[in-house]
Design a binder for this molecule. Structure first.
Ligand code: B1M
Length: 167
């Protein structure tokens, strides 16, 4: 976790780049594969739970998986719904935090549909919604009623901790 935090901070300051993050994330996933079976019985030690997916119509998952790996490495339980995720799927998995990714200007608008569906199902007040992806911005996030926008994986972890008061 310390190592992922360090690599994340270096990425933020421009000292390392996306390939370094991807290699670190892969190394961390390898380590987690070994560690996870030994961590049984300690599931309560997660600092929070996150549902993450790339929205309906969008198949880009490299950035989303990077964000998911950073969350896992930093102590969150992550439910990765994959790509092309419908609002129904997001809602049936909704836990404390929903993270949506979109890489296309045509699919980013689907994020609002998910938030609207959360409202309709009465879950909106119970979960935090974070959005990200290359075409997404802070202004867009505000306009659709998301709780937060972050531009990269490290910032997403910092923001999620803030949203659930874990830091
Ligand atoms: Co596509 N693609 N692509 N593509 N692709 C882009 C996004 C595009 C900008 C390329 C271009 O034209 N210059 C363009 C979008 C244009 C637009 O919408 N205005 C585009 C297009 C048009 C398309 C297709 C429509 C092409 C076609 O078929 N005609 C098609 C769409 C398919 C679909 O989704 N339905 C398509 C397909 C593909 C591939 C399948 C070939 C492949 C995806 C493979 C995969 O993901 N498994 C692909 C790729 C690789 C790209 C580019 C080259 C790279 C994207 C990437 O992985 N970046 C991209 C051009 C580019 O960005 N330079 C492009 C690296 C990744 C680490 O960054 O995803 O931004 P990113 O994630 C960052 C942040 O955004 C943030 O954190 C991450 C790490 O720092 N973040 C979050 C992301 N999600 C977050 C969620 C959060 C928080 C932060 O939640 C809280």
């Amino acid at each position: 976790i310390k190592a992922m935090e360090a690599i994340g901070a270096r990425f933020e300051s421009g000292q390392v780049f996306v390939p370094n993050l991807l290699m670190s994330a892969r190394a961390m996933r390898g380590a987690l594969d070994i560690l996870k079976p030994l961590m049984q019985g300690q599931v309560n030690s997660y600092i929070g739970r996150i549902v993450i997916g790339t929205v309906k119509g969008d198949l880009h998952d490299i950035g989303k998986n990077l964000v998911a790996s950073m969350f896992e490495g930093c102590g969150f339980e992550v439910i990765n719904l994959g790509v092309d995720v419908s609002s129904d799927k997001f809602i049936s998995a909704a836990l404390e935090n929903i993270c949506m990714s979109a890489l296309l200007t045509t699919t980013m608008n689907y994020m609002k549909e998910v938030i609207d569906a959360l409202e309709t199902s009465g879950l909106r007040g119970k979960v935090k919604v974070m959005v990200g992806g290359a075409p997404v911005s802070d202004a867009f996030a505000k306009s659709i009623g998301a709780d937060a926008y972050t531009s990269n994986a490290n910032a997403a972890v910092i923001m999620a901790k803030k949203l659930i008061n874990a830091c």
